[in-house]
Each structure stands twice: as C-alpha cells, then as structure tokens.
Design a protein around this ligand. Sequence first.
Ligand SMILES: [Zn+2]
Length: 186
Amino acid sequence: MTLKSFQNIGSDLFLAGLNNSNSGNLSVRKNDKMVISKTGSMLHRLSEDDLIETSIAAEDENTSKASREYPVHKAIYAATDANAVVHAHCPNLIALSFYSDAFKPIDAEGCYYFPDGAPVIVAKNAIASEEVGEKAAAVIGKYGAVVVRGHGVFAVGADLCEAYKRVSSLEHSAKIYNIYCNLKSS
Ligand SMILES: [Zn+2]
C-alpha cells in the first residue's frame, strides 16, 4: 500500500511537470519513523528498493540512503502532526520565489485552499539544509505549504494525496498568476 501511493504520487508529479526526472522526494510518517524516497531515486519510476525507513528523532544507519532532503522532512515531522511530506520543483512557484517573500493566489480555488498564501523561505543553502528544515517546520503547519526560494515547494498532509493536492493547487495558482501578470504588462 505504501509503495503504491508513492508510485502514484511520484508519477503524477512528473507527468504534471512539477518535477524533472530526478527532482523531488516523498515521505510518510510511520510511528516514530518515516518512510522516505532514497537519494537519487526517480519519483515516477519508484520500486520497493527506492524507499527506506529511517528515524525521525535522530539519524540512524539508514539515514545516509534517504533523500538528501531528510533534514527538512525530519524537522517538519518533529514540529507538526503531518503524516506526509511532498517536495517538488514546481517551475511557476520557483520563478515567483525570486522576487517575492510570499505567494498569495488570486484565483478563486487558490484563495480557498490558501487563504493566507504560502511563505517563501530564504536560506543560505537552499538544498538539504537544516536551516530550511527549521524555517519550514516553523510555518508549514499553518500554511500547509512553503516555497524555498530558487529551489521548490514542500507541502504537508494527512497522507501523500493531500500533500500532493496542495503542491498541485499552489503551482496551478502560480501559473495563473504568472499568465495574469504577463497579460497585464503586455
Ligand atoms: Zn529539491
């Protein structure tokens, strides 16, 4: 069951253009551990070997095989009641993140799902850093999703489907926003 949900969401993210061939990572909480995609795995082609179980409280013997973004997943699980974390490299949100400290959707669905928008996190090291983990963990429970400037999106949910829905919806709103801005300036 866990593998199937990882495969479905990993494939959907790639086919929707929210990740490239090797970007992004997924995890679910399992008691005091998480099941997370391994470093270097292709999310749209996941097999049982691409998933690893590792501790949330502290690194263990499996942590080195986990996604490089383990520190961010770990910090989010430790600070929130999230049961799943989805990370993706959504093009429209990444582009917007360069010139904004937060993204507030303007379309009706985006306003409904993200009434307070989503904050943009700025970090010295935007990839696989404890700094991103700390900053994301502090706010993601309130907003449901955060954008890391120049890098991508992290979203939480009760399961992978809900976290994916947040990623997909927020990126869709960013696409609409970018089209709107282009039309307005033309
Ligand atoms: Zn990434």
